[in-house]
Ligand binder design. Structure first.
Ligand SMILES: Nc1ncnc2[nH]cnc12
Length: 432
């Protein structure tokens, strides 16, 4: 105990081992859905479900350990929602790359992120991106997740006349998804720990009882990771056409991580007198190390989780909280049959709820000033409608620079944002 106290500086942070362990369990329960959701999304790209399950648990554990032991923050990590959807629907199913090449791109984007963190270029990039774009992008990722959830559950379906339409709500799948979403939201409001987990498992069990889903067991030895372990295609990812994919992964991760770290740190009062996160470089290195390791194991980009605020709210202040989450992810390796029995409509409610959390950033946009509000709307709306986070980011940058320029608001522009907007515009005009 004395060792833990010294290593994590528990007394200095006015916390103790018991509080940190409770915080770790709380955070884990709010984010454990990723153990089921990540394999279900990545297996649509052709990856082996069991191997991705193992890779997800291991990548999350590595990220949590590095964050806890090296950066000493109570911030947990796991393969990020949004990033996994971009991997499957954007890069593999949309652009037609193999999942092995996509893993290679995840590895290189992690490596670039790591280098940017060492050389402090990261701060420059983050500070150059206008707040309205950051808000629009965060909200758009949420809307993109919502669109995936609605489509997977059959609540929204394709329609040749109107593009989209309401699905058949007398079918079991949309009904289960909606019920799960209502229950999760109500439990979250009532501050029940593990609301998302309870919703997913509750719907799964209900569907089994009503004969719509089969019981596949709860515990077993971990499945084999062989189908995805070191399967990443690094040479394939070095293809010139793949550069934009690496760049897109890097960009999405950079926005996601910086937004999450600032949000979590703000709520956890981890910021110093200047409003800065003192060890942000180390926190970002935890993200990027785990992303590289995750790519080698077989999962899309690992990132800091916004759900860490749940553990922080229950008193977690140090890296010990993150280490506890990491240990719980390792224990989860033995729960593969439970994960495999969870149907897509049971996770759809959870996705919709994460979308609600992420769309919350819209509230902070400056809606009085149309030159700020319009790019927020374009970035956010383009993600679900083009089914791509990367296109949403690009359209957000282009509209921001075009609108500010035409309005004569040159003081809101900076070289980084203008160069990026021009690059995105050139890509659309010349490469389609
Ligand atoms: N991409 C992401 N960023 C932050 N928190 C998350 N929780 C789930 N996915 C996340």
């Amino acid at each position: 105990m004395k060792f833990l106290d010294n290593y994590f500086k528990l007394a200095e942070q006015k916390t103790n081992v018991k509080t940190e362990v409770i915080a770790g369990v709380t955070t884990f329960l709010t984010m454990a859905y990723i153990i089921f959701v990540n394999p279900s999304i990545l297996s649509e790209a052709g990856m082996d479900y069991g191997a991705v399950f193992v890779a997800t648990c291991l990548a999350a554990a590595i990220g949590c350990f590095v964050m806890g032991l090296w950066a000493n923050y109570p911030i947990a990590q796991a393969p990020g929602m949004g990033l996994n959807a971009f991997f499957t629907y954007g890069v593999v199913l949309g652009m037609g790359y193999t999942w092995e090449a996509a893993l290679g791109a995840v590895f290189f984007s992690g490596l670039t992120f790591f280098l940017l963190s060492i050389f402090k270029i990261r701060e420059w990039i983050i500070n150059s991106i206008p707040l309205s774009l950051r808000l629009g992008i965060a909200a758009g990722i949420g809307l993109f997740l919502a669109m995936i959830a609605l489509k997977n559950a059959g609540i929204v379906v394709a329609n040749p006349a109107t593009f989209v339409a309401l699905g058949d709500l007398s079918e079991p799948a949309p009904l289960y998804a909606l019920l799960g979403f209502f229950v999760i939201t109500a439990l979250a409001y009532l501050r029940v720990t593990g609301a998302v987990m309870i919703g997913i498992v509750g719907i799964t069990v209900l569907a089994m009882v009503l004969g719509h889903n089969q019981y596949g067991g709860i515990m077993s030895m971990p499945p084999s990771i062989a189908p995805t372990f070191m399967a990443m295609d690094l040479m394939g990812a070095l293809d010139v056409a793949m550069l934009s994919v690496i760049f897109a992964f890097l960009f999405v991760d950079l926005f996601d991580t910086s937004g999450t770290l600032v949000g979590v740190a703000h709520r956890g009062k981890l910021l110093d007198e200047d409003g800065k996160l003192p060890r942000i470089g180390r926190a970002m290195m935890a993200d990027s190390t785990a992303s590289m390791a995750g790519a080698a194991l077989g999962t899309s980009t690992t990132t800091s989780y916004i759900e860490s605020t749940a553990g922080i709210a229950s008193g977690g202040r140090t890296g010990l909280t993150a280490v506890v989450v990491g240990v719980l992810f390792l224990i989860s390796l033995f729960f593969a049959p439970l994960a495999g029995s969870i149907p897509a409509y049971a996770t759809a409610g959870a996705l919709l709820y994460v979308a609600v959390l992420m769309a919350g950033s819209l509230a902070h946009a400056n809606w009085e000033d149309p030159t700020d509000a319009a790019p927020v709307l374009i970035a956010a709306l383009a993600m679900p409608l083009t089914f791509s986070i990367a296109e949403g980011i690009a359209l957000g940058f282009i509209s921001y620079v075009a609108i500010k320029t035409l309005s004569g608001r040159f003081e809101d522009l900076n070289p980084a944002v203008v160069v990026l907007a021009l690059l995105f515009a050139a890509k659309f005009l010349f490469l389609g």
